[in-house]
Design a protein around this ligand. Structure first.
Ligand SMILES: [Fe+2]
Length: 123
C-alpha cells in the first residue's frame, strides 16, 4: 500500500501546512470561524494520531523483524518523530481549545507557535 501511504502523508502535510494561514485569517472575536477552523484542525490531528498509531503497531515492528539491519535507523528515527509529534499535539490541543474559546491575537499566536515546530517535524 505504498501509494496509499504517500497519499496520506501528502494530505496530512498539505492540511497542516495550510493551517497557519487559516488560523491567521480568523478575525479577533470571531468565535464561529474559530470553531470551524478548530474543528478542522482537530479532525486532521485525529487522523494523524490514528495514522501514527497504526504505523507504530503494524509497520515498524514488522520491518524490524524482517530486515532489521536495513531499516533500524529509519524506524528508530520515525519513532522519535512520532514521539515529538505526539508531545506537540498535546500542546496544540490545549492552545487550540484556548483560542477557540477566545480568538484573540495572543491565543492565535500561541497556536501558531506550536504549529510551526509541528509542521517542521511532519515535513
Ligand atoms: Fe506515515
Amino acid at each position: 500500500m505504498t501509494r496509499e501511504m504517500r497519499m496520506v502523508h501528502t494530505a496530512l502535510r498539505r492540511e497542516f501546512g495550510l493551517m497557519p494561514k487559516l488560523i491567521a485569517g480568523v478575525a479577533e472575536g470571531d468565535t464561529a470561524r474559530a470553531a470551524l477552523v478548530a474543528d478542522h484542525l482537530e479532525l486532521v490531528g485525529t487522523i494523524l494520531h490514528h495514522h501514527h498509531h497504526a504505523e507504530d503497531l503494524e509497520i515498524w515492528p514488522h520491518l524490524l523483524e524482517r530486515c532489521p539491519a536495513e531499516v533500524a535507523p529509519l524506524v528508530y528515527g520515525m519513532e522519535r518523530h512520532h514521539e515529538r509529534i505526539a508531545f506537540l499535539a498535546v500542546d496544540l490541543t490545549d492552545a487550540v481549545a484556548a483560542w477557540r474559546a477566545e480568538p484573540n491575537p495572543a491565543r492565535r499566536d500561541a497556536v501558531l507557535a506550536v504549529l510551526d515546530p509541528l509542521i517542521t517535524v511532519l515535513c
